[in-house]
Design a protein around this ligand. Sequence first.
Ligand code: MF3
Ligand code: CO
Length: 247
Amino acid sequence: MIFVKSEEEIDLMREPNRIVRDCLGFVEKNIAAGMTTGDVDALVYSFIKDNGAEPSCLGYCGYPASACISVNDTVVHGIPGDRVIEEGDIVSVDLCAYKNGFHGDGARTFRIGKVSAERDKLVRVTEECFFKGIEGLKAGAPLYDIGYRVQRHAEANGFSVIRAYTGHGIGREMHEDPSVPNFGRRGTGVRLPSGCVICVEPMIACGTWRVKVLPDGWTAVTQDGKSAAHYENTVVVREDGVEILTL
Ligand code: MF3
Ligand code: CO
């Protein structure tokens, strides 16, 4: 069931989402070659705590960290640890904060120093896919129009859309209905109601869209070892358009 949030509830969601936005900005300023992914996770943990929120990911289904940190061929759910971030890497940081009884969720992919032309384009196109996805989005729009537009933009640029993971509704729970795929047929799916809050999060790969999950049970990598990127915002659907809570 898709929950419709009242204006009061949306107001309560602003703060956790602002913290997600600011935390991603803080990571962007501080992330650098030579740090480990665990170092980045520690920054995320303390930033969220210092802002009076809880890192929603920590302990979620047994997940052991505050952020998902996914380097190069890791698509999503990379577990932070002692991997050293290197010049030329692309690093996706996905994090959630819980405050006021609600969750906020966002992700960015950061370029570390000078990256290859292919990785540079991938990061740019993945971000563009988010904005294509929400183009024209407003109450009454068919859900799969989002994925249709994401997929069209990704594939027009020679990239592929990850199928195994999707965006989602968000609110009092980190994952609510509906599931928001990054692919689909135009004009299909439920009509999104005004006041629903969803995470639109393109995950785009240079090569195959097929992934495998490593034995840790979380880390999803591309089967061909080529790079992937991720970009996510929490979005309110309104009568006349959308309001992005994490920008
Ligand atoms: N932010 C992620 C999402 O969009 C949450 C990852 S689940 C976790 O679904 F357990 F890894 F935290
Ligand atoms: Co999400």
